[in-house]
Design a protein around this ligand. Structure first.
Ligand code: ZN
Length: 432
């Protein structure tokens, strides 16, 4: 029987598997990490939004994960993440999940009762002043105004997180799951000082979080690279990690509390910064459902019916692009002028299709707009039903190879093993 603890290990990766057919191929990437000497705990995440679009239930994610673990003989922990849930969406995740990403973004900026703000300010008045973080030369300065400002902006959200946490705890028992609080799906990034104050509020609320997902500066569009100032990000993540270390030492939060980076996948430019900042503390890297894009790549690579279906999915996604992009408007940047016409794509070879879609920054054929459109286009495949699933099954081998290679080479190796990311190799080539 596989051991199953509710303590998240030092390194973990959140993977999405929209159609619940790639858990084995994803787990294989964690097995390869173990062979390379690093334990990377797999966490299968799927949001309520994804379940609704596909028409699936959280129990199917659990079943696929359990089956993969059994088939490959994985004896280390693994988890199923109820991704970005709140009080109105959590219930159907309670039984099958053991990791809960409590999303409070919608409550940021809503005012808590003034009496609770005053209580917080009184209880945490010692945070005002200069706080020395280990490994950081400059102390961070927290003024009384900042303390009040953060309480006004975030305390209500943290109280809401407390309600969700206690709701889950009632169902699962204390310690029976891994709680995360996420604040990434909001407009403004939290500074390290704000993060520290928010952690104090979370500790006061009694939520034993093991991961915290702030919003970082820069754009984290789905399935494509980071857009922003990499040096700024590097300084920011070092301070965030130090603030978390301070919080675990001083606020009574769990010792294994670590940063959760909701990457949206493929943030190659900042993978080195993430690796350097978190190699001691650990990190949870949440990727998005880009495994679904590897399914399309595998189908296109297979040629024949697979390639034809990949083209059909593109054509339909192109026709329905506004409807598909709507729910993801804040996390995609598609240039409509860069989207090839479906009649053009219809003439493409396997190699033309895969090189446009595959995120290889070296390739001049790589098309970030096409990639993002297909990324949000999984609803098209969901509507195809058995036709899509049947081709997934008959092309399992070629798809699985793409899924495993993508996850291991492009994500696990650079983030957890410190290998050069695909874009680092590009910068190197350009410098020559
Ligand atoms: Zn997120």
């Amino acid at each position: 029987m596989a051991t199953h603890t509710f303590e998240l290990g030092k390194f973990s990766i959140g993977v999405g598997d929209r159609f619940a057919h790639q858990a084995k191929a994803q787990l294989q990437a964690c097995i390869e990490a173990a062979h390379a000497g690093v334990e990377v705990i797999p966490v299968w995440n799927k949001s309520n939004r994804e379940h609704n679009i596909i028409g699936s239930e959280p129990a199917s994610t659990r079943a696929a994960a359990d089956a993969a673990v059994k088939a490959l003989g994985w004896t280390r922990p693994y988890f199923c993440d109820a991704d970005h849930i709140n009080l109105t969406t959590v219930d159907r995740f309670l039984a099958p999940c053991d990791f809960f990403t409590i999303d409070v973004a919608d409550y940021i900026g809503k005012a808590a009762e003034s009496s609770s703000i005053e209580r917080f300010l009184k209880r945490r008045s010692d945070l005002a002043g200069a706080i020395r973080l280990e490994g950081v030369s400059e102390p961070i300065h927290i003024t009384r105004d900042l303390l009040r400002g953060v309480a006004s902006k975030f305390l209500f959200a943290v109280q809401e997180a407390g309600k969700v946490y206690r709701h889950i705890e009632t169902a699962k028992g204390k310690g029976g799951f891994i709680p995360e609080v996420s604040m990434d799906e909001t407009d403004a990034a939290q500074t390290p000082a704000e993060l520290l104050i928010i952690l104090a509020a979370i500790a006061d609320e009694g939520i034993p979080i093991q991961t915290i997902a702030p919003k970082f500066t820069g754009r984290f569009n789905k399935g494509v690279d980071y857009v922003g100032n990499v040096d700024h990000f590097r300084r920011e993540i070092v301070l965030d990690v130090a603030a978390i270390a301070w919080a675990t030492a001083n606020l009574g939060l769990p010792k294994n509390l670590k940063l959760s980076v909701h990457s949206g996948s493929d943030k190659f430019s900042i993978y080195a910064a993430i690796h350097d900042a978190t190699k001691k503390s650990g990190v949870h890297l949440k990727t998005a459902g880009t495994t679904w894009l590897e399914e399309i790549i595998g189908l296109a690579e297979a040629g024949g019916d697979g390639l034809a279906l990949a083209k059909e999915i593109y054509a339909q996604a192109y026709d329905h692009r506004e409807e598909l992009c709507g729910p993801y408007a804040t996390v995609i940047d598609i240039d409509p002028a860069k989207l090839p016409a479906p009649t053009t794509v219809a003439q493409w070879t396997s190699a033309q299709f895969t090189s446009a879609l595959r995120h290889d920054p070296h390739s001049s054929a790589y098309n970030a707009s096409l990639r993002q459109l297909l990324h949000v286009g999984f609803k098209i495949a969901a509507k195809m039903g058995d036709k899509y699933i049947g081709l997934l099954e008959s092309n399992e081998k070629v798809i699985a190879r793409n899924v495993t290679e993508n996850l291991y080479d492009r994500h696990i190796a650079p983030v957890f093993l410190g290998k050069p990311s695909p874009v680092a190799a590009l910068a190197h080539a350009e410098a020559k």
